[in-house]
Design a protein around this ligand. Structure first.
Ligand code: BMA
Length: 378
């Protein structure tokens, strides 16, 4: 009998140990589909880099919301693997985002992309909860917006004990309501990557590095995750930590809120000149190795080509990405411009060289991801 009990105990421990070894979301209560997504993304990092595009399913520079349309698909015949969405102004209770996209349409497209087997990432350019209350801020450029960096008191004012704490809770509550509505036809919560308070290393958002302390930044993150995960019991989110360009791991990790709340180590870097390739190489080197040592996901979550360079995708971006296990690379939105505002021919959403990027065996678009069944669906 005793040896039988020992055997059972041993088997149990072995199963636990094996389970513990698998990379898993920080949220111990993450839904099955979210755990599947995390593990699929972790494994896919060794297979290739997924292409992502912000607002791809919502509009292009020459069109505004047409069913099933996508600039990426118009150009290559396939959708991006990762579809990016933006929630700025959801916190205000508005119907449309700061980019004039309706939130109900965003929810609809998230569901559609999920149904197709694609991956969803969400950013949040939240207004400045302190300065937006001052009517005078409206007369300043970017006054009251995410880009309003005129006060260093913002984080102190929204964290517990601050005078705007309740307002901020209302904002998070609106996010939570939206997130809870993201369900598939069977009522199963749709997993997604959430990347709030992005580009911390820069100082151009109210959560930027010179606008708050690293400790406050980390507290803001931890408070947000606790609110959504523990209070609101939302368990279908993978959380992405993010900075703008950095030159060292130490700089990258300033304000890092902890492995118990973060799932992905991501970085944003746009090409501003010839040094970009080397700088990106350096940054992706330490970001991806740190992520793997912590069993976290990775992404170049925003990038953009060098002005005037025709072969940027194949000669600058792809060679660097190919050196590291980068989960996805996302390029930003093709902002809609009404016809009277347009200069030149905007009908070609990508340069010809984008096809070299698309055709590379290293890059993954939606069709390749569909075959992976990242959510574990049959
Ligand atoms: C920025 C710009 C803005 C936009 C914001 C949120 O980088 O594209 O025009 O409002 O992202 O999508």
């Amino acid at each position: 009998m005793k040896s039988f009990i020992n055997l059972i105990l041993f088997a149990g421990l072995t199963i636990c140990a094996a389970y513990g070894k698998d990379p898993s979301p920080a949220d111990k209560k993450a839904t099955k589909e979210t755990v599947n997504l995390f593990r699929s993304l972790y494994a896919l990092q060794n297979k290739g880099v997924m292409y992502g595009h912000q607002d791809d399913l919502m509009y292009g520079s020459t069109w505004w919301y047409e069913k099933d349309r996508s600039d990426t698909r118009d150009f290559t015949g396939d959708y991006p693997a990762v579809a990016g969405f933006e929630l700025g102004h959801l916190e205000l209770g508005n119907e449309r985002s700061l980019d004039s996209v309706s939130f109900s349409q965003i929810a609809e497209q998230i569901k559609t992309h999920y149904r197709r087997g694609g991956i969803i990432t969400i950013s949040w350019h939240a207004d400045n909860p302190l300065t937006m209350q001052d009517p005078a801020s409206k007369s300043r450029r970017q006054g009251g917006t995410a880009w309003d960096v005129s006060s260093r008191e913002v984080l102190a004012s929204i964290l517990p004990g601050g005078k705007n704490h309740e307002i901020f809770n209302t904002w998070l509550d609106r996010l939570a309501t939206f997130f809870k509505g993201l369900k598939d036809d069977d009522g199963i919560p749709i997993p997604f990557i959430f990347r709030p308070y992005h580009e911390h290393s820069g100082s151009f958002f109210w959560w930027g590095t010179d606008i708050c302390t690293d400790r406050q930044y980390s507290e803001l993150w931890r408070y947000t995750v606790q609110f959504l995960r523990d209070n609101k019991k939302i368990h279908n989110i993978l959380y992405a930590y993010n900075t703008d360009r950095v030159t060292s791991l130490e700089q990258y990790m300033r304000g890092y809120p902890g492995d118990d709340v973060i799932d992905m180590l991501s970085i944003d870097m746009y090409d501003r000149g010839e040094k970009f390739g080397g700088e990106l190489d350096n940054a992706l080197g330490f970001v991806t190795s740190e992520a793997l040592s912590r069993k976290k996901l990775t992404a170049l979550s925003e990038t953009g080509g060098r002005r005037g360079m025709q072969d940027w995708w194949s000669t600058v971006l792809l060679p660097v990405l190919s050196k590291y296990p980068v989960g996805y690379v996302l390029t930003w939105r093709h902002a809609y411009r009404s016809r009277f505002m347009m200069a030149g021919n905007q009908n070609r959403p990508f340069p010809e060289d984008f096809m070299n990027f698309y055709n590379s065996p290293r890059t993954l678009f939606l069709k390749e991801i569909q075959a992976e069944k990242v959510y574990g669906k049959k």
